[in-house]
Design a protein around this ligand. Structure first.
Ligand SMILES: NC(=O)c1ccc[n+]([C@@H]2O[C@H](COP(=O)([O-])OP(=O)(O)OC[C@H]3O[C@@H](n4cnc5c(N)ncnc54)[C@H](O)[C@@H]3O)[C@@H](O)[C@H]2O)c1
Length: 360
């Protein structure tokens, strides 16, 4: 088992340990001061509960209350949070309790938000079981819910007390979800680490055994942790994590309208292709590097064209209504070479329209 630390600028005395390994629930839990909590809850979804909840509960120092929420993004709502609050209240949870979120990014966001608001905030721990959650959602301290059809509209910044990343849990993750998780791994590498990107190009790690993914997950988490430590909130450097998100969010929303929902990572892959295309057209990214990134996306079975009919105008209008825009102006995260993201770039409408044609 290995341990990374995220050092939080706003709370310098605190550091969030991230334990990474394969088959490590027991070892990681034993390394944390869990005895001090008055009660512990395990929040999980209906898919993950029968697969991994007993194993996690067996690693905890006291019997845990299990709270099971329905699987799927639809559950990421304030109604589900209300149910979690009620369950915590009914079980007599006080301020000295701990919540462990066992599942993908949806569970981590719901459980983290419920914990960060219950009694003005109780401790929580992330135990991510999807690749996306292991390399992205569980690291960084953002938690929240979708509201009024807007993704992640309501939420808080609250660091977990610890993150336990057990690659063994990926054994049961459906292959499409695993491949979509690689979009984030590729995103982190494209942003900050060209060598890591070349490693990903050399082999289809989505077909490897979970144990072999430990170094890949570790590197990806380290990249995210370094960015978060440098910029805890959404300013400055943290914006590089939005690489691929501008178009990704727009296409993801449209995929629901078309009844062919794309997974988040699949939509981000399309967004990365556009961001790389814009970077190349602006002369920031050599053509060979652009092509390598597209090849890597294809190698991991990620879409590089939108798999349903959509107009460039639809994408463009959704982009302008994205909540990350400031004062109505869209600022892009692009690449000034593989491994080197740049942010706050404005793009001419015509250039965007031309580049969008690559994925339509
Ligand atoms: N907080 C953040 O910083 C952040 C960052 C990125 C994404 N997110 C959020 O994360 C969510 C997406 O995460 P996700 O892709 O993990 O979604 P998810 O939690 O819905 O999980 C995807 C599917 O995989 C199943 N699953 C998870 N682990 C499994 C396992 N080990 N075995 C079998 N099935 C398993 C789940 O039940 C679900 O059906 C979105 O809500 C997104 O907004 C948050």
């Amino acid at each position: 088992m290995e341990t990374l630390h995220i050092n939080i600028p706003s709370a310098p005395a605190e550091s969030c340990p991230i334990f990474i390994g394969c088959g490590i629930f027991g070892e990681a839990a034993a390394g944390l001061p869990l005895d001090r909590y008055s009660s512990i809850a395990v929040i999980t979804d209906g898919n993950v509960q029968p697969l991994w909840a007993e194993q996690l509960k067996g690693a905890l120092p006291r019997p845990a209350v299990e709270i099971v929420i329905p699987a799927g993004e639809r559950s990421k709502s304030i109604q589900t949070v209300t149910q979690v609050w009620r369950s915590l209240m009914a079980a007599g949870f006080d301020r000295h309790s701990l919540v462990c979120n066992l599942g993908g990014g949806m569970t981590g966001d719901i459980g983290g938000f419920a914990a960060s608001t219950y009694m003005r905030g109780i401790d929580f721990m992330q135990v991510p079981t999807s690749l996306l959650a292991q390399v992205d959602a569980s690291v960084g301290g953002k938690v929240g819910v979708n509201f009024a059809e807007v993704k992640n509209l309501v939420g808080t910044f609250q660091q977990p007390k610890a993150v336990i990343i057990d690659a063994a849990t990926l054994e049961t993750l459906p292959e499409r979800e695993l491949r979509a998780g690689f979009a984030d791994v590729i995103k982190h590498a494209a942003n900050r680490d060209r060598k890591h990107l070349e490693e990903l190009a050399a082999r289809d790690y989505a077909a490897a055994a979970p144990r072999e993914l430990v170094p890949i997950i570790r590197r990806s988490c380290q990249i995210k942790a370094d960015v978060v430590a440098a910029a805890e909130k959404e300013q400055g450097l943290r914006k590089i994590l939005n690489f691929g998100h501008t178009v990704g969010h727009a296409v993801e929303m449209d995929s629901y309208v078309h009844g062919e929902p794309l997974l988040h990572g699949e939509a981000v892959a399309l967004g990365m292709r556009i961001a790389a295309g814009l970077s190349a057209r602006l002369g920031y990214l050599p053509d060979g590097e652009h092509d390598l990134l597209v090849e890597i996306l294809e190698r991991y079975g990620l879409p590089t064209r939108v798999p349903f009919p959509i107009e460039a105008d639809d994408i463009m209008s959704k982009i302008t209504s994205d909540k990350k825009n400031q004062g109505g102006s869209v600022k892009w995260t692009l690449l000034a070479g593989l491994g080197s993201a740049i942010f706050d770039i404005r793009i001419e409408e015509n250039l965007l329209r031309e580049t969008l044609a690559e994925i339509l």
